[in-house]
Design a protein around this ligand. Structure first.
Ligand SMILES: NC(=O)C1=CN([C@@H]2O[C@H](COP(=O)(O)OP(=O)(O)OC[C@H]3O[C@@H](n4cnc5c(N)ncnc54)[C@H](OP(=O)(O)O)[C@@H]3O)[C@@H](O)[C@H]2O)C=CC1
Ligand SMILES: CC(=O)C(=O)O
Ligand SMILES: [Mg+2]
Length: 633
């Protein structure tokens, strides 16, 4: 052995011994601490982590009433001195939040501050979101949530994230981990494995920002009780080297598993959920495309679940497309739709549109399918292209290309001459001037939907689309673009984002006590959303209702989802069954009864009554009594 090798080996040996000694002392001291805590009946010591007394109320984000506590509440709950003396309305506290947000210069800082607020004072956080949806949604959802995910391991502070991280190594301990969840049985879970977060790729555990953001919208847009929402990230490793090498990365440092291990873990998670919370609705979010389709097929008949990127996106774009068809004045069967991007979202949207072409356009399955062309990273998707197509691409692969392969967008555009160009490719700027001008050349009113997220991944901007089509474009993007002034007129773009669908779909499925989320329930969400435009919105040629109306729209969507469930015998909600004279889990097809205006009003009222509205307790008697009880005073 050379001295260098010997020295190296000795060095490694020394380092190993040191690490082992450190580990032993760490685990001894941790074990000691755990024992001390267990045996110490005075724990927690005063001044450390009180879990009773008035301060527990301030420390509980669900009980906290900010500076709204009345004089009596402050006295009886022992809060005097712990809360500043000013007694303020929730509106005044909202003003403070927004004033402070205005002092922060970066969107990420605003996101972090809002996350802290959610973790400290739930009612105030959601009041701010609900009252200022247009201002706050971009900070807690796309686009800023994209950056927040990329930096999740950097901005993470313990206590601000409430959700479950389920690691693949814990596959056999899932029941125990689920029992650590401290709240009531959740109604809704949004679950990701972080493998395709927005258009940003594989972010591993950092993807947790997405379930949190989506669930904030479940609460804000559809009135889910925040304490019954469960964000979950499946920590199965990442194939992104940057994170594996980042010392601050919070996930398991391993490459992603092969399919067999992947499905064994997700099977175990779904089964554990079912054992612990049999009524839980699980929304799959931002899984890489093949797993997104694979999980949907595997679980849709066994569990209450849906895939947001395939089904939610399909429905939201169908709704916008229905309104776009009216504006284009081209009859439905004459539309030719080109998808740039053939992943879960592209194929999900194409499938939903195809369904509409069949149902509303009276087209055969084959004729409807022929109205769609898909482009992926290799060009137009055809059967004779020479590569093995994954199953989802075969649904729309072309046979009529006569052996010719079309590679560039320019070539495909010239070949297809589409009426609609839909971007779901994550390729920011892919719709250049030439492509968009070509769309205007083919159509009086071209439909151009650059839907990739976040905004930097949009295939073109609203301003570009307006300028390159002489203001004629019918436009929607996934992340909101600002309104644009064109020839003295302010024009508003559409936001084709699944946030108009999943909150209402989830609410309807839960209220119906559905066993499954069916294709009909999903299709219904699109039809209802398309109909939800009011007169003012129609007169401005909008494709989607204003975001400020999203609670009202989600209630309508939920109502119609419940009716779709009734129709197919997928409803077990006693009040609803009584209202329509239906029998539990028996298909109900009486259209006259289902469309009866009074019953529909009553059903809408039933839905709205169940939507949580963020507020502090108004009745002081109840507030003090309840809080005293909860804080064991
Ligand atoms: N607006 C909304 O509500 C929603 C928007 N989205 C957005 O849609 C995008 C795609 O999501 P998803 O389908 O799940 O992702 P995938 O990664 O599965 O799909 C992306 C698709 O784009 C294709 N692509 C990549 N590069 C190019 C290129 N240079 N030219 C042509 N095609 C290309 C890929 O090709 P290949 O198959 O060959 O790799 C793939 O088919 C994301 O940005 C996401 O944020 C998603 C859901 C909802
Ligand atoms: C909006 C959404 O679900 C996505 O971009 O993946
Ligand atoms: Mg998504």
């Amino acid at each position: 052995m050379s001295w260098k090798t010997w020295f190296g080996t000795w060095g490694v040996k020394q380092a190993k011994e040191r690490a082992a000694a450190e580990k032993a002392s760490r685990s001894t001291s941790q074990a000691t601490i755990i024992e001390e805590i267990k045996n110490d009946d005075t724990h927690p010591a005063p001044g450390t982590t009180p879990d009773t007394g008035g301060v527990a109320i301030i420390h509980s984000h669900h009980l906290n009433q900010g500076t709204s506590f009345s004089a009596r509440a402050r006295d009886e709950l022992h809060l005097k001195g712990l809360v500043p003396p000013a007694q303020e309305s929730i509106q005044r506290q909202e003003d403070r939040v927004r004033a402070y947000l205005n002092t922060l210069s970066s969107p990420l800082e605003k996101h972090v501050y809002l996350g802290r607020l959610r973790a400290e004072d739930t009612a105030l956080f959601y009041r701010v979101v609900v009252d200022h949806l247009t201002e706050i949604t971009p900070l807690i959802y796309t686009p800023v949530v994209g950056e927040a995910c990329q930096k999740f391991s950097l901005i993470y502070t313990p206590g601000t994230v409430e959700g479950l991280f389920l690691s693949i190594a814990d596959k056999d301990n899932l029941d125990e981990i689920l029992s650590n969840w401290p709240y009531h049985a959740p109604d809704i879970c949004v679950m990701t494995d972080g493998s395709r977060i927005l258009g940003l790729g594989d972010l591993g555990l950092n993807g947790m920002g997405i379930p949190i953001g989506k669930l904030s919208l479940y609460v804000a847009a559809a009135g889910f009780d925040p304490s019954k929402t469960l964000p979950v990230t499946l920590d199965m490793g990442t194939d992104t080297e940057k994170y594996l090498n980042d010392p601050l990365y919070l996930g398991t440092r391993r490459k992603r598993p092969a399919d067999e291990e992947f499905y064994a873990f997700v099977d175990a998670v779904m089964a554990a959920f079912k054992r612990k919370w049999p009524k839980l609705l699980v929304q799959f979010e931002d899984f890489s495309s093949e797993h997104a389709f694979g999980c949907l097929e595997r679980y849709r008949n066994q569990y209450l679940t849906f895939n947001d990127d395939i089904q939610g996106t399909g429905a939201v774009i169908l709704a916008g497309f229905i309104n776009a068809i009216n504006l284009s004045r081209t009859p439905l069967p004459n539309h030719r739709v080109l998808f740039f991007g053939a992943g879960s979202a592209g194929v999900g949207v194409a499938s939903q549109l195809k369904e509409h072409f069949i149902r509303a356009g009276g087209m055969s399955e084959d004729a409807a399918r022929d109205a769609f062309w898909l482009v992926d990273s290799k060009g137009l998707v055809t059967f004779d292209r020479g590569d093995k197509l994954p199953q989802h691409k075969t649904l729309f692969a072309r046979r009529d290309n006569e052996g010719k392969q079309y590679k560039s967008l320019k070539e495909v555009l010239e070949y297809v001459r589409p009426t609609a160009l839909i971007g779901l490719s994550s390729q920011g700027g892919a719709f250049g001037e030439e492509a968009v001008r070509a769309m205007k050349e083919f159509n009086e009113r071209p439909i151009v939907f650059p839907l990739s997220n976040p905004a930097t991944n949009a295939e073109c901007t609203f301003e570009q689309a307006m300028n390159w089509t002489d203001g004629k474009v019918i436009f929607a993007s996934g992340t909101a673009f600002p309104a644009y002034e064109y020839e003295g007129k302010t024009v508003e773009p559409g936001q084709g984002n699944n946030m108009y669908i999943f909150p209402g779909l989830g609410l309807g499925a839960i209220l119906a006590k559905a066993e499954h989320v069916s294709d009909d329930m999903v299709y219904q969400t699109a039809a209802t959303l398309a109909e939800a435009l009011d007169e003012e919105e129609r007169s401005h040629e909008l494709l989607y209702p204003h975001l400020t109306r999203i609670r009202e729209v989600s209630a309508l969507v939920a109502k119609d989802v419940v009716k779709a469930a009734l129709r197919e015998g997928n409803c077990d909600q006693e009040d609803v069954l009584k209202l329509f004279g239906a029998v539990s889990r028996q298909p109900f097809h009486d259209d006259a009864v289902l469309s009866d205006p009074e019953r529909n009003e009553a059903l809408l009222a039933f839905v709205k009554k169940r939507m949580w509205d963020p507020h502090y307790a108004e009745d002081e008697e109840v507030l003090v009594g309840e809080l005293k009880h909860k804080a064991s005073l």
